[in-house]
Write a protein that binds this ligand. Structure first.
Ligand code: FES
Length: 396
C-alpha cells in the first residue's frame, strides 16, 4: 500500500483511510489510493480511476490534516491586507527607557493595590479616629495605584508605541436606493394588510381616540403655576424703602459704611423674611474711594458706566442675582473691584456699571438707584431699571 499523504505521515494516512471508508474497503484496495488524486493506477475492476468524489467527513481532522486544508499562501484565499502600523517605535533607545519607567509604575500600582487591600484589614472602623485613618489609607493607596497605572499607560502609549495617524473612512450614512425601495414595499404591504385604509370607521375612531392623549400634556402645563405676567420685570424695591443689612436687618447710614473696598448684602425693609421677594431683590452695596468709579451723568443705565445720580457718597448698589442663571454674585475683590459669581465664574467690574469682564453672563448686574432719607439712612429711590437675574423668553 502506498501512502496517500505526500508528507508520508502514517497518522495522516490512517486518518485519510478512516475518512474515505476504512483501511481496506470491499474493493480490497487501499482507501489511500482512492483519496489520492495523484494516483493514476486503475482500480481492481479495471476502470480508470478519476478524481474521487468528496466523501462525508465525520469528526475533527487531526491537526496535520487541518493544516493541509488551509489556503496555500500565494495560491488561493484572501491575501492579508498590507500592515498599517509600523512594527515598532522610531527611537528604540528612548522606547527602552520608557519601558523601564512604565514597568516601575506598574509595579508601584501593584504595590499600592496590595496596600489598599492591606489598609482595609489593618485600619478598622469603629471610631472617628479609626475611620479618619482608614479613609486616608484607603484613599491614598487607591489614588496612588490608579495614578501610577494611568501614568504608566500614558507613557507606554506616547513613548513605546509607534506614532502614526490613521484615518478611518466612513461609509455613506444614507440607505441605498434598493433598501429604500424594499422598505417602501414592506410599508405598503403592512398598511394594506392592516386594513387602515380600507376600513374608514377604524381609522377615524383610532385618530379620535389619540387626539385627547396628544392634547393632555398641554393641559397639564397649567399645573406649572400661574403665568408670571409682569412679575419678572420688577422687584419689591420702590422709592423710600430702606436698605437693611442682611442678617441683622438694621438700616444703615453712609457714615457707617465708610470703609472703601467694603461690600455688604442688603435687603428691602419689610421684606427681610419674604423669600419670594428676596429671590429677586437681594442687593449688594459697595463703597469706593473718590474717583474710582466711571460715572455717567445720565439718569438711566449707560454701558460700562455707573449712574452717578444713583449713588451716595461713592456707595453704589447692584443686584446680587447673577445675570447668567441667578446664583448670588457676592465675591468681591477689593483691588480690582471685580464681583465674582462662584457658580460659573462670571466676573463683573463694579467700577464700570458692573459690566461683564469674563464668564457666561451676557448682561451687567443692574444698578439700584439709592439715596438717603430724612434720618440719613440709605434708601432705594426706585426699582431696578431693568429686570434682574437670568435672561428669559421676553428678555434676551
Ligand atoms: S450663575 Fe453666575 S456665572 Fe452662572
Amino acid at each position: 500500500m502506498s501512502n496517500s499523504n505526500p508528507s508520508g505521515d502514517s497518522g495522516d494516512t490512517a486518518w485519510q483511510e478512516y475518512l474515505t471508508g476504512g483501511s481496506r474497503g470491499a474493493h480490497g484496495q487501499s482507501a489511500g489510493h482512492q483519496a489520492d488524486p495523484s494516483a493514476s493506477a486503475s482500480t481492481s475492476s479495471g476502470e480508470p480511476e478519476g478524481p474521487s468524489a468528496p466523501r462525508r467527513v465525520i469528526g475533527t481532522p487531526s491537526p496535520a490534516t487541518s493544516r493541509t486544508m488551509l489556503p496555500q499562501a500565494g495560491h488561493h484565499g484572501p491575501q492579508r491586507p498590507p500592515r498599517e502600523l509600523p512594527p515598532g517605535p522610531e527611537d528604540p533607545i528612548k522606547a527602552k527607557k520608557a519601558e523601564r519607567i512604565v514597568a516601575t509604575l506598574f509595579i508601584l500600582a501593584f504595590l499600592a493595590g496590595l496596600g489598599f487591600i492591606a489598609s482595609y484589614e489593618i485600619f478598622g472602623a469603629g471610631s472617628l479616629t479609626k475611620v479618619l485613618r482608614s479613609n486616608l489609607a484607603l484613599g491614598g493607596t487607591l489614588s496612588l495605584s490608579l495614578l501610577a497605572l494611568a501614568a504608566g499607560a500614558t507613557i507606554w502609549v506616547r513613548n513605546v508605541m509607534p506614532t502614526v495617524e490613521l484615518t478611518e473612512q466612513r461609509h455613506l450614512l444614507a440607505s441605498d436606493p434598493k433598501d429604500k425601495e424594499e422598505f417602501k414595499e414592506t410599508w405598503e404591504e403592512g398598511t394594506d394588510a392592516s386594513q387602515f385604509v380600507k376600513r374608514p370607521i377604524l381609522r377615524r375612531t383610532l385618530i379620535a381616540a389619540t387626539i385627547p392623549l396628544g392634547v393632555a400634556p398641554i393641559i397639564l402645563l397649567r399645573d406649572t403655576g400661574p403665568l408670571p405676567g409682569k412679575s419678572l420685570e420688577h422687584t419689591v424695591w420702590r422709592n423710600g424703602l430702606r436698605l437693611l443689612v442682611y442678617g441683622t436687618n438694621r438700616p444703615i447710614t453712609p457714615a457707617e459704611f465708610a470703609s472703601p473696598g467694603s461690600i455688604i448684602s442688603v435687603v428691602p425693609e419689610g421684606f427681610q423674611n419674604d423669600d419670594d421677594a428676596l429671590a429677586k431683590a437681594a442687593t449688594v452695596i459697595i463703597k469706593f474711594r473718590p474717583g474710582q468709579m466711571v460715572f455717567t451723568t445720565e439718569n438711566h443705565p449707560v454701558p460700562n458706566k455707573v449712574v452717578e445720580n444713583w449713588t451716595v457718597e461713592n456707595i453704589v448698589a447692584y443686584s446680587k442675582i447673577c445675570t447668567h442663571v441667578g446664583c448670588p454674585a457676592a465675591l468681591y475683590e477689593q483691588t480690582t473691584h471685580h464681583i465674582l459669581c462662584p457658580c460659573h465664574q462670571s466676573t463683573f467690574d463694579a467700577a464700570q456699571g458692573a459690566r461683564v469682564l469674563f464668564g457666561p453672563a451676557t448682561r451687567p448686574l443692574p444698578q439700584l438707584p439709592i439715596g438717603v432719607d430724612s434720618q440719613g439712612f440709605l434708601i432705594a429711590t426706585g426699582d431696578f431699571p431693568v429686570p434682574v437675574g437670568p435672561s428669559y423668553w421676553e428678555r434676551s
